[in-house]
Design a protein around this ligand. Structure first.
Ligand SMILES: NC(=O)c1ccc[n+]([C@@H]2O[C@H](COP(=O)([O-])OP(=O)(O)OC[C@H]3O[C@@H](n4cnc5c(N)ncnc54)[C@H](OP(=O)(O)O)[C@@H]3O)[C@@H](O)[C@H]2O)c1
Length: 324
């Protein structure tokens, strides 16, 4: 395993973060692993040196946090645990979502209870909340750090001007600021290169992309995308513009380069991200120990600059996807 410090913090994380949306309760999504298999995945991740785990209160309605917390028993100090809040957890209660002080205090406490932890290493806002002034959100997050409930705070997909406003608000008011950005970034979705990634780089913000394999689109040829249960049943892969703007040609080039190097398509797609200096650690989603092992092996794949250029060349701008 390779390690890096997260953004400009001193906290070390593995260069692969295990995404925990894939386990919890299969009743939430057909392709989600149940408790025992989820725990096996976490156990194998720890053996491989993966120390960074990303979950959210909404994944399997809290079950992902609960399973992760149990799986990490006895390993709490070596693990770096990140969770998120924002989406409404109880449809009948508007204060169970959003980023008001009330929502943050209750949702963070509920996440800690499910995780069975007193402190989470990174607490992230899952989206921007138009209804709450950012000064209220940043003050509530800073208070959570003072109370010892979170060590750092981070953000996820939003417009760069919103993220800049959040950072400025914290700095003006002497509050702890977001140290990470969890955004949508992969070979077939590169709109973040326009503003967000250069901004993060200039501000020392750690970048941890979600759906680094385009939800599976970059792991098999275009005409096989519905060959897995997730490919067959998850509408998100089809809602994102992965097959637009040169995406199908990129998929073909990933397959060709994988063939040439004798590795898997998923490994080429991850290796491309590992070669991007502004990325700290992609959040890999998998339901398979073998696929997790593939990700770890991908750290050793060397791509030349002409390989990178060739993979990137067909890309054309596509519509923004991942936030409103
Ligand atoms: N902040 C946000 O809004 C947000 C949004 C989405 C996701 N996330 C985070 O990002 C994580 C990853 O997201 P994701 O699951 O959508 O993304 P992903 O990593 O891009 O894609 C996962 C898909 O790729 C397949 N795959 C992985 N490795 C493979 C391999 N070696 N060979 C073949 N197929 C492979 C998986 O299938 P198998 O299961 O068969 O391995 C799964 O279908 C989530 O767990 C979550 O923590 C955050």
């Amino acid at each position: 395993m390779q390690y890096t410090t997260l953004g400009d913090t001193g906290m070390t994380v593995s260069k692969i973060c295990l995404g925990c949306m894939s386990f919890g309760d299969p009743a939430w999504r057909d392709w989600v692993l149940g408790e025992e298999e989820g725990k096996e995945l976490v156990e194998r991740a720890l053996e491989l040196g993966v120390t960074f785990f990303d979950t959210a209160n909404m994944y399997s309605n809290g079950e992902s946090e609960r399973v992760l917390g149990e799986a990490l028993e006895g390993h709490r100090d070596e693990a770096v645990v990140a969770t998120k809040g924002y989406f409404r957890m109880d449809e009948s209660n508007p204060n169970s979502g959003g980023l008001s002080r009330k929502a943050i205090e209750t949702q963070l406490q509920a996440s800690l209870d499910r995780l069975g932890m007193e402190t989470v290493d990174l607490y992230q806002i899952h989206r921007w909340d138009d209804e709450t002034p950012i000064r209220e959100t940043m003050a509530a997050l800073d208070d959570a750090i003072r109370r010892g409930q979170a060590r750092y705070v981070g953000a996820s997909s939003m417009w760069t001007h919103q993220f800049a406003e959040a950072l400025h608000t914290s700095e003006r008011r002497g509050l702890d600021r977001f140290v990470t950005m969890q955004n949508h970034y992969n070979l077939v979705y590169r709109e973040e290169e326009r503003e967000m990634l250069p901004y993060c780089e200039s501000r020392g913000v750690g970048v941890m992309p979600w759906s680094p394999l385009a939800r599976g689109y970059l792991t098999r040829p275009d005409d096989e995308i519905d060959a897995t249960l997730r490919g067959e049943t998850e509408e998100h892969m089809y809602r994102h513009p992965y097959r637009e703007g040169g995406g199908q040609e990129i998929n073909a080039r990933v397959a060709e380069l994988a063939d040439e190097k004798g590795v898997k398509m998923a490994q080429i797609a991850l290796a491309w991200l590992f070669h991007k200096e502004w990325v700290d650690t992609p959040i890999v989603g998998t339901t398979s120990v073998e696929h997790l092992e593939d990700a770890v092996e991908a750290l050793d794949i060397d791509l030349s600059s002409s390989d990178v250029d060739w993979l990137e060349e067909p890309y054309e701008p596509v519509r923004v996807s991942g936030h409103d």
